[in-house]
Design a protein around this ligand. Structure first.
Ligand code: ZN
Length: 73
């Protein structure tokens, strides 16, 4: 391996590391339960926040699931 190859490999590793980190942080952010429903703004009960990772209240969640089911067909 010559010096340029080594530099490229190091650069690639750094980029991969940054990418992995960014992906991880994005996933962490998505996993955070919202305290208020993203759709209707209703406060989401603490028990639901802990039980389900979802930015929606029960009602909007079921509506969204219904819509997704139809979209996938
Ligand atoms: Zn809602």
């Amino acid at each position: 391996m010559n010096e340029r190859d080594f530099e490229r490999a190091a650069e690639l590793t750094e980029r991969e590391r940054q990418h992995a980190l960014a992906t991880h942080q994005r996933h962490q952010a998505q996993r955070r339960s919202a305290t208020e429903c993203e759709d209707c703004g209703q406060p989401i009960p603490k028990a639901r926040q802990l039980a389900v990772v979802s930015p929606y209240c029960v009602e909007c969640q079921s509506i969204n699931e219904e819509l997704n089911r139809h979209e996938r067909r």
